[in-house]
Design a binder for this molecule. Structure first.
Ligand code: ASP
Length: 357
């Protein structure tokens, strides 16, 4: 009898023991079993590097080539990971790292300046296999905020950390820290000073600030990636410096799960870019997933409806990139341009900048 009791308590102990936290190296659902969810064994990814009034007439051939080359370099990193059987989370993180490390984009190295001439970065990541998510907001010393967002997801009981607390957590988890001056780039500083010299720049509600293209597009270059891996798992991530001349520790949509980033294996993975306040109010990323789930419509239809109708009617500008659980992608925006690229399982690459290429 005693032996039965001991055995029973052992069984109960192990059954009730908390599941180990997901580690960066050991994906939760990437087993051969879940390949059944993705019978086509297909995979793919799509990225953005920001949306706005990106016009060919304002672009030099060199600049255009530099953006395209960086987008291609980034997407190939993610594609190689997926092709070799890596997870969508890994692909999203590593792809975003390439863009964060480039001064071309408003994320990581190229982050825009706040009104006080500092840099405050935001990022988030989501795992569509279990709806785990991690995010950081207002960090000034984290070289790759997307890595910290993933660390929050995997190794903390929280979803969103901010400011100094997030940086303390980063130190404890050995995430790479840099001096704030790492983010100081001349181009971004010039942009800030240009905005500061404009009348009414600080009044977020003023028509001048809203319609002035320099200010409206002062946030160009947020980066994002969504991916489907061979195991049928979706992931999404977004990283940004936010909006130039932002004040009062303003936080946009990029670190807000459901607004800037969302992933659910049942539907799709989405990363947003644009005027963040509208994306928060419209819960844009989640709305696309919800429309697919509740209305049974395709990713293309849901993205079109949310960006071209709902966001536009609200007065918001920007776009999304998304991939569904079959590998279909959407790159929908209501601005003149959006830096974007996608690559499918066959390695076919599509890169775009303007509405009409
Ligand atoms: N959505 C970002 C923000 O509002 C900026 C952008 O995507 O361009 O912070």
């Amino acid at each position: 009898m005693n032996r039965v009791l001991i055995l029973l308590s052992f069984v109960l102990f192990f059954a009730c023991k908390e599941q180990p936290k997901q580690t960066a190296e050991a994906p939760i659902v990437a087993t051969t079993d879940s390949a059944a969810e993705n019978p086509a064994n297909t995979f793919g990814l799509v990225i953005h590097g920001g949306a706005g009034t990106i016009l060919k007439k304002n672009m030099t051939a060199e600049k255009e080539a530099a953006y395209k080359a960086k987008l291609e370099e980034a997407i190939k990193v993610g594609h190689t990971i997926l092709k070799n059987g890596g997870t969508s989370l890994e692909a999203v993180e590593k792809t975003i790292n390439v863009l964060e490390n480039s001064p071309l984009f408003n994320a990581g190295k190229g982050a825009v300046f706040t009104y006080n001439e500092t840099n405050e970065l935001d990022a988030s990541i989501m795992d569509g296999s279990n709806l785990n998510a991690g995010a950081v907001a207002g960090v000034s010393t984290i070289k790759n905020p997307i890595n910290l967002a993933r660390e929050v997801m995997v190794n903390s009981p929280h979803v969103l950390l901010s400011g100094r607390g997030a940086e303390q957590f980063a130190k404890e988890r050995s995430i790479e820290i840099v001096d704030p001056s790492y983010f100081h780039t001349e181009d971004r500083l010039k942009l800030l000073r240009k905005i500061k010299n404009k009348p009414n720049h600080a009044d977020a509600k003023s028509a001048t600030s809203f319609y002035d293209p320099t200010i409206k597009d002062s946030k160009f270059g947020t980066v994002g990636c969504t991916a489907l891996d061979k195991y049928g798992n979706l992931a999404a991530g977004t990283s940004t410096g936010g909006m130039s001349a932002k004040k009062w520790n303003r936080i946009g949509d990029s670190p807000i799960i459901g607004a800037g980033t969302y992933a659910n294996n049942a539907t799709c993975a989405v990363s947003s870019t644009g005027w963040g306040e509208y994306f928060i109010r419209g819960m844009v990323a989640y709305d696309i997933s919800a429309m697919m789930e509740y209305k049974g419509i395709s990713l293309a239809e849901a993205s079109k409806e949310v960006i071209q109708k709902k966001l536009t009617n609200l007065g918001g500008t920007g776009g999304i990139i998304a991939i569904d659980n079959k590998g279909n992608v959407a790159m929908e925006f209501n601005t003149a341009g959006m830096y974007r690229a996608t690559m499918n399982a066959d390695g076919e690459l599509t890169i775009g900048i303007y509405k009409k290429e």
